[in-house]
Design a protein. Structure first.
Length: 393
């Protein structure tokens, strides 16, 4: 824990304007703001210092945290950059270094229950920015510059519309005769939810510099990669990004295969694969290396790494991508029958996700994964129909 570890604090402001349009109808327009100070955050308490990447040979004042010669691609001893406190190991520090800001415009329309009908519509247009959304997952990427993680929050949903309605059909209200009991007591209700997608960060999928960064030791595979494109990826859909990244990946693999097939005959020499350069992906650079089997037969591997050799983490911002939005319509149909003064039956059918819309989750965000950004691999849900019978006595 940090020496000044304390409870966080917040400032909250809200302002509402309400207007009664009719006897049973009210509209409301309001503003809500919340600012968090000294929020709990996970920080690298003993980070490694920046170090110039090179061969790592003694006397060169360079570090080689990848174990690969930058010029030949051959294996070399690993030389790590020193930590701020050389006598201490990895240190995960809980500190009050986080902050947040939430501003929202809120509007609603409410129709109170009358004449068998009620309806409510709620709309929120907001912006949620913070430096950490969770104390355990909100690991600071650069311990020397925590404010560089200030970005849209994991809970930032710019637009959300929620509506519900209940309508009792005006037939057979008396429930006295046979026809009233058959035709009366019907009720239809619905809930509609439309919401923006959730932000998420692109992850490198591995510690970008072995033990150099210390990020994996402290907070799992949370290091972010570089952005290797001039496209405005924050305004592109997940489907667009996935399609483009797969195309670039296939091109890199095809170039590597052509370079390997063009190698002249001779003994196997491990190192970088010569030939035409491999194109980069959206968030990863492509590197091909020659490997030799125990019998001396050559082969090659293609690696996709989101950072350059020697980097502790990439330049990609936090939560720069956003998953697809949520569209959900639920419908319920119920039949209430009053058999006598003490006994009644309700037959109902509840349909969840009426239009069977696929609401994708957050896809695999690790750039070295073959399933990177494949939202179709997430459980998008499906239509479900639940039938029920309830007896009340």
């Amino acid at each position: 824990m940090a020496a000044d570890f304390r409870l966080p604090s917040t400032d909250q402001v809200s302002l509402d304007y309400q207007r009664e349009l009719t006897r049973n109808t009210v509209i409301r327009l309001g503003y809500a703001g919340t600012w968090g100070h000294g929020l709990l955050q996970s920080v690298d308490g003993n980070p490694r210092l920046p170090c110039v990447y090179g061969s790592g040979i003694a006397g060169t004042n360079t570090c080689n945290n990848t174990g690969i010669d930058p010029y030949t691609g051959a294996s070399v001893p690993t030389v790590l950059a020193p930590q701020v406190g050389p006598s201490r190991g990895a240190l995960l520090l809980r500190a009050n270094s986080g902050s947040s800001s939430y501003n929202a415009l809120q509007a609603s329309f409410e129709k109170r229950f009358s004449q068998g009908f009620t309806a409510n519509v709620y709309y929120t247009w907001s912006k949620f920015i913070d430096t950490a959304s969770d104390i355990f997952d909100g690991y600071v990427m650069d311990a020397f510059n925590p404010n560089a993680d200030r970005a849209r929050s994991l809970f930032d949903y710019p637009q959300r519309l929620s509506a519900n309605a209940v309508y009792q059909l005006p037939f057979g209200k008396s429930q006295t005769g046979f026809s009233d009991r058959v035709l009366g007591g019907w009720q239809v209700s619905t809930i509609v939810t439309l919401q923006s997608g959730a932000p998420f960060s692109v992850l490198n999928g591995s510690d970008p510099a072995g033990a150099q960064a210390g990020i994996d030791v402290l907070a799992g595979l949370s290091a972010r990669p570089n952005v290797y494109t001039n496209l405005d990826v924050s305004h592109m859909s997940v489907a667009e990004l996935y399609t483009l990244n797969q195309k670039l990946r296939n091109q890199a693999l095809a170039t590597a295969a052509a370079n390997f097939n063009a190698l002249p005959a001779g003994p196997c020499v491990p190192g970088l694969l010569p030939g035409a350069p491999l194109n980069n992906l959206l968030f990863a650079r492509s590197t091909a290396r020659i490997t030799c089997s125990a019998t001396g037969m050559p082969a090659y591997t293609v690696e996709f790494n989101g950072v350059e050799p020697g980097q502790r983490f990439g330049t990609a911002g936090r939560n720069i991508l956003r998953s697809d939005g949520r569209q959900l319509v639920d419908l319920s149909l119920a039949k209430n029958t009053q058999l006598n003064e003490r006994f009644s039956l309700q037959l109902r059918a509840d349909v969840f996700n009426l239009f069977n819309h696929r609401n994708f989750g957050i896809p695999d965000a690790q750039v070295n994964s073959a399933n990177f950004l494949n939202q179709w691999a997430t459980d998008g849900g499906n239509r479900r129909i639940v039938l029920g019978l309830r007896a009340t006595f």
